[in-house]
Each structure stands twice: as C-alpha cells, then as structure tokens.
Design a protein around this ligand. Sequence first.
Ligand code: FE
Length: 649
Amino acid sequence: CLAEMRDPDDRRFRYPFINCTNCGPRFTIIRGLPYDRHLTTMDEFAMDSYCGSQYRDPMDRRFHAEPISCPECGPSLELIDSRGDRIGGDPVKETVRLITGGAIAAVKGLGGYHLSCLATDEEAVQKLRDRKKRPAKPFALMFRDMETIRRYCLAGQEEESLLQSPRAPIVLLKKKGNSLPDNIAPRNGYLGAFLPYTPLHHLLLEDTGVLVMTSANFTDEPLISTERELQGILRVIADIALTNNRKIAHKCDDSIFFVPGGISIPVRRARGYVPEPVNVSAPCPLPVLALGGQEKGTFALSRKDQVFISSHMGDLGDIRSQQNFRYELARFRELLEIEPEAVACDMHPDYFTTRLALELGIEPVVRVQHHHAHAVSVMAEYGLKEPAIGVIFDGTGYGPDGNLWGGEFLLAGYRDFERLAHIKNLPLPGGEMAVNQPWRMALMHLWNLHGDEVLEKQSISNLFPDSKKTGIILDMAERGVNAIPTSSIGRLFDAAAYLLCGIGEVSFEAEAAIALEALALKADKPAGEYAVSIDWNSGIIDPAPVVAGIMSDLERRADSARIALSFHISMAEMVIEVISELSRKHCCGDAVFSGGVFQNRLLCELLLERIEKIDIECYFHRAVPPNDGGVSLGQQQVAAARISGGIDG
Ligand code: FE
C-alpha cells in the first residue's frame, strides 16, 4: 500500500485512506457484526467500479477489504482553521507548512484525534503544554522511521520489533543525549516513541521527521473522536484541524508498552489489541462482566475461556469518561452478543464502577479486593496453578481492614487470598492531598524513623521550610485525624523522590516516582547499601532503615543519583528477600508481579537480574497492564472461580 501511495501513476497516489485486507482500520469503524462494509462507518461511501472490482476479486489483495476506497469514492481530508473555516490547497502540505511554522494541529486518526506539533520546536511544545494545562506529563513522539528513532533513543531488538509490528504501539525507550527539547518529557528517563501507522501519518512525517502526537483531550476527559467534540479543542488548544469525513465508531487510544530486560509489558492496552480476547485456561459456565477499578478504566466481558477487555478509558472520575464507559459497555455487549449473568467489581464503595455494578441489576455481584485482582490478573494470563505469591505494589487500594493497601505480599488463589506481608502502615495525611504532595509522605517516613522529635534535627527541618504546614501534618498523623493508615509503596517512592529530587507537588500520577527513576538512571554506581527491617511474625516490612540510609548519605553529601539508585536496589532486594522466605514457608514456587509501581523499568530490571539467582518462577504481565487497566481481568477470574467452585489451573 505504501508503494502504491508513493507511485505518481497509481490511482491512490498520496491517498491517505489507502488500505488492503492486511492494513487499515477495523475495530474503530465497526458498528455491528459480522465485519462487513455495511456494518461499518464506511457504509456512507458507495464503492466506485474500480474499488468494487478489487473488492469482489478473490485474487486481489483487496478482496473483501471492508474499508477499501480511492480518491474518487472514499473519504477525503479537510483542513480547517480555529474558526472552522476551510483552508485551501493540499490539506497535508498545508498542515506540514503550518506545523513547521509553529502551529498546533488536531489530526484525526483511527480511534480519535491527536494533538500535534513539531517535536524539535521547544516553543510550540510549550505552547501545547500551556494550552492543554499539562505542565509535565510526557508527550508521545511519532518518528518518520526506525532510523530517526535511533537518533534520539536507545532501542533493543525486542523494542524495535514491537515498534515495527503491525499493531504499532508506543514504546517507552531510553533517551539518548539531549537533542530534543526537554519539555517533551521533563524529568523522565524515557521517551514514548511510535512509528506512523496510517497512510496519513506517513505523509505527515515524510517532511517533518518527528512530531509530538498526544491524545486530544482535556485532562481526565475522554479522547476526542467526533467533529462536535473537536470544536472545544479547536477554540482552546489547536490552531488548525486536519479532519476527514470517515466516522469513528469507537474511541481508541494508542497502546503503550515498555520493555524491561527484553520482556514486553503493556502500560496501556488499546489500539491494535482490542477487542482481541485474552484466553484463560479455566472456562466459566456463566458469562461474567468485570468493571475494573476507578483509574485507567477497562471492563472485561467473558464467554467461556475468552475474556474480552475493553480499551483503556482513562480515569473515571469525570462524568464524560463515565458516559463513554457506559456507551462502550453497551456496544461491547451488543457486538459480542454477551448477556452477563454475574458482575464483578472492586470493594471500594465510592468507585464509579462499584456503583455501576450495583445499578446494572445483574446478580450475583462479586466484590473483589483490589490487590487480589491484580495478582489473579497475572495468574490468569499464564494459567498458573494456585496459589502464587502475589507481589502487588501500587498507589492506594481499598483494604478489607479499612486501611489503604499498596505494598502487599499475598498468597493468592483464584477465589481467595491471604495477606502474608506488607509495608508498615503510615498515616496518609490529608488523603488525596498527600498523594499530590509528596513532601507529606516524606515527612511521614521521617516521623516513622525519628518519632515526634523529628523536626528537632536541623537537617530535617531544613527540608520542610513551611513550619506551620509541617506542624499541621504532624498533628494529623499523631492524632490519626484525616490520616488513614496506608501500606502503599508508591507513597514510599514519593517520599524518596521528595528527599532526592525535591518534588513537593505533582501534576500527574507517578510524576515523583518517574523523576526518581530518571535520577537513578544517571548514577554510575550506588551510594550505599540500605535494607528494610522485616518482622516475620507480623509480616510487617519497615522501610525506616532505608530512609535512614538516604538521610545519612544526603548528610555526607553523596551524589543524589547514586542515592536514588541505592534506593531502587534496596526495594528489589527487599522483594527477593521476602519472596524467598514466603516461598519456603508456604511451599509455593511461583511469584507474580503487578501494580502500577511495576511500570518502573529500573525496578523491574534490578529484579530480573536477581530473580535468576533464586529458585522461584517469576511472572510479569504480558497481556494486560500492571496498573489498574489490568484489574478487570483479575476481577473476572476471581468471580469465575467463585462461581464455578474451583479452578485448578
Ligand atoms: Fe492498583
């Protein structure tokens, strides 16, 4: 198709919708099944005789290519300005000209719009940040070809083949040098890179080389995919829009992977992967619907041994995201002709998905503990026999004891689990505020180390200049007011990030941990050796000695990058120590790793090096993300196991 698109004598020369049976859109144009042109959004375009003859010819490579079209009969591009007025000339060439001059363009793709600007233009990138009100969250970059990627990023064999696969996901690659503006992914060791995956992208990238290509939406709102939704973006963020008249039936974001030690792990499972099912080893007698968590929303709908997982729908706190979630759920049920007879959800009473589970009127409703679901999601991917040791590290999830869990070692079966060990509970002062302000958890970890006299040490009080605020937080912690105990290891990473990178406040999830990892990547060697203290009777893992190690190395003015590396090593070694002991004690030879903290590539790689030396089979995600996007699969499997009364792998 690319060769034809570049051939001036071809009917589809520079035609941005060229496709065959092996390429082009599918899921995002499907209105109904079977997959046939009249049930896609291409039904608005009547095939001309040229396309029709190829479509009907069994010997043609476009035989039954449902989106087949040409410039005479198919969709066409239109370039408009911010008032919606048409800009004349060749839409692609004009877009390239305006982007090169610093404009921000909304570009309609397969599953929604991207916002695009020239990646080498620092000012344009900043303008996009300011207008999108997204100060620091990284932007993805689309590169013309693999050669251009190699100029800016380090890519291993596995990463290159993933980038060049037909699914063309975004792959998080290590940055090489500083030749692209820092504001593309500030305080981040990686760049999200992908290759052109539609003919239009190829045309745009030919003359630009590297473009920012970030999902067009407002923070926490769904991806924009219709011309009506585009209006809001055009007035506020984009100067121009390169649009077309082929409708998008399903919003679908780009998929994202990272590749620690050669293993491809999804961070976001969407375009290219949805609605392909995950096959599980234990079929469930009833169709089950699992609604997932609150962030990185996905649902799972099952039929026998197939689990169909929706695409990533973002954080479900926003009403528009909730509407989109309901819409996609209704479409999936229709498309797959599955009428669920059981519904699974989180135990958190305030999640949108928990409320939805109760509202749907489907019985039974199976409530699944968040970290149990995380563990089972990995077990299900590999069809493991129960039990497995679940190492679940994430932000905060609802625990059955009323505390917020997030640094957990579980003995996980498909139906139930036992909590074997966890990070010591510390107050989360101010709840959500403590998640957004890492300095609060830094103070809590120092308080855990030194007790009420924590601020008497000059070196510590210097770290917290606002003594009034500090006093309030300590008071909250001591009295246990608005300070739910949490075992979250994500919050420990936040604390370390405040001490070493000085990040007092974050603008997006995991910003502090990402900066800490980026800092550690700069180290040539670790500063010192830190180790947690573990009480094997209670299973409580106290990170205080690690925090003490960080502080003493800071006081002796050791390099902060080396300290950050030492911190990561101490976490990996803690995992190895704990799973070795638990494996012996419970005669369990399998360990599974899940939770958002396992998106930390450095941590994964430090673990992978150490796993080789122990006699435990360790499993990382490969089909669904370790973050909450994978929770729906785990919930579905727990519900299925409880319904069928036993899964034996
Ligand atoms: Fe989680």
